[in-house]
Design a protein around this ligand. Structure first.
Ligand SMILES: [Zn+2]
Length: 173
């Protein structure tokens, strides 16, 4: 299901206050992935792995780190995301040439991308069927197919004070 932009904005705001993963949990996760659990990596891991799967950019995490009282630079966050990605803890999603988006769900799935908002959403499992793939060049095999479905908003927001028919509070009988 696709959320409308107003709801996604609220969700993003709510995510800043999401619970952080515990320090020992993140340290273990880093060690299991072969990474040394430095203070900065643990701080970023706590923000990333505190809740359900999510999509983030380095800028998102910088804001969340500030909100959580962690003093981290954008460069540190960006480098750490690169290390996490190389270690297989997160996956870089190629949707935007200018900003790198990362997914904490490293499993096979496809994405919606709302370009105007820089927002990445998961396509529900089974939402895309790739029925015919090209034959790869000799000596190569296909490892993964990433589909990005790009979206643009078509319905304007209703004017202030004029609620959509289905969005108002319902009267109780
Ligand atoms: Zn995803």
């Amino acid at each position: 299901m696709l959320l409308v932009p107003e709801e996604t904005r609220k969700r993003l705001l709510a995510e800043r206050a999401l619970p952080r993963a515990s320090e020992p949990e993140v340290e273990q996760r880093l060690k299991d992935a072969g990474l040394r659990p430095t203070r900065q990596r643990v701080a970023i891991g706590r923000l990333l792995f505190g809740s359900a799967h999510r999509h983030v950019t380095a800028d998102d995490l910088l804001q969340e780190a500030n909100f959580a009282g962690e003093m981290l630079s954008l460069a540190t966050i960006y480098n750490t995301l690169g290390h996490f990605s190389e270690a297989g803890l997160i996956r870089r999603i190629s949707v935007d040439d200018e900003r790198a988006h990362f997914d904490t769900d490293t499993g096979n799935h496809h994405h919606f991308y709302i370009e105007a908002e820089g927002l990445v959403l998961d396509v529900a499992p089974g939402g895309i069927a790739v029925e015919r793939l090209p034959t790869p060049p000799e000596g190569y095999e296909i490892t993964r197919v990433d589909v990005v479905v790009r979206l643009t908003q078509v319905q304007p927001e209703p004017p202030a004070g004029q609620a959509m028919p289905d969005s108002g509070p319902r009267s109780l009988r």
